[in-house]
Ligand binder design. Sequence first.
Ligand SMILES: [Zn+2]
Ligand SMILES: [Zn+2]
Length: 201
Amino acid sequence: MLSDETNECIIIDPGMDSAEEEEQMTDYISEHHLKPVLLVNTHTHIDHILGNSFIASHYKLKLAAHKDSAQFIQRAKGQAQMFGMEMDSTKSIDIFLSEEETLDFGHSSLQILLTPGHADGSLCFYSKKDDFVITGDVLFNQSIGRTDLPTGDYDLLQKSIWEKLFTLPDETTAYPGHGPETEIGFEKIHNPFVAIGKELD
Ligand SMILES: [Zn+2]
Ligand SMILES: [Zn+2]
C-alpha cells in the first residue's frame, strides 16, 4: 500500500486470504484515515491477487494492471484449488497500464516499468521523487523471480533487471513482493542470481 500527504492511497498486490488479514488491512486504512483510490497488480500470480475481489468490492476500486496479466486471472481459480486455497471470485482488470503512462494518486506519480521474465505483463513502479521502486516478483533482496512458471523466461528476466531496474540510481530503495527491502546499488554487487559475475570474472 502506498499513500502520500493527501492520504490518498493505492493498494498493490493484496495477498490476504483470510477474514483476519482483511480486517488488518481495513483497520490500518481507517486508523490512518487513508482513502484508497486504486487497486494495482504488479502481475497476477495467485499470491498477489487473492485479496483483489475483497478490496475492489469493499472500497469500490478499479483494478489496474498490464493487459498481458489478464491471462493469469482467467486461470487463477483452478490454480488456487491446486494449491489448496479458496478463491470465491476473481476480479478482472478494469484499467490497462503501459509504460507510456504513469501511475498517479494524490500528489504522487510513479513511472511504470514493463519487466517481463517472471511473468508476462510484470510491472515495476518507480518513484523518482521518493527514490524507491516496487519490484514485485522481478527482483528480490539477493534473489530474482522464478522463471519456471508459464510465460517465465530467464533471459528476458535478466534483460528486464539490467535495462529497467539497474539503470535506476544506486540509492533507489527496492520493495519486492516477498522478503525484505533492498537497494539497487547493493543488488548490482551482491545479488548472486544476476549475471554481473560475467563482468567480475
Ligand atoms: Zn509471481
Ligand atoms: Zn509472488
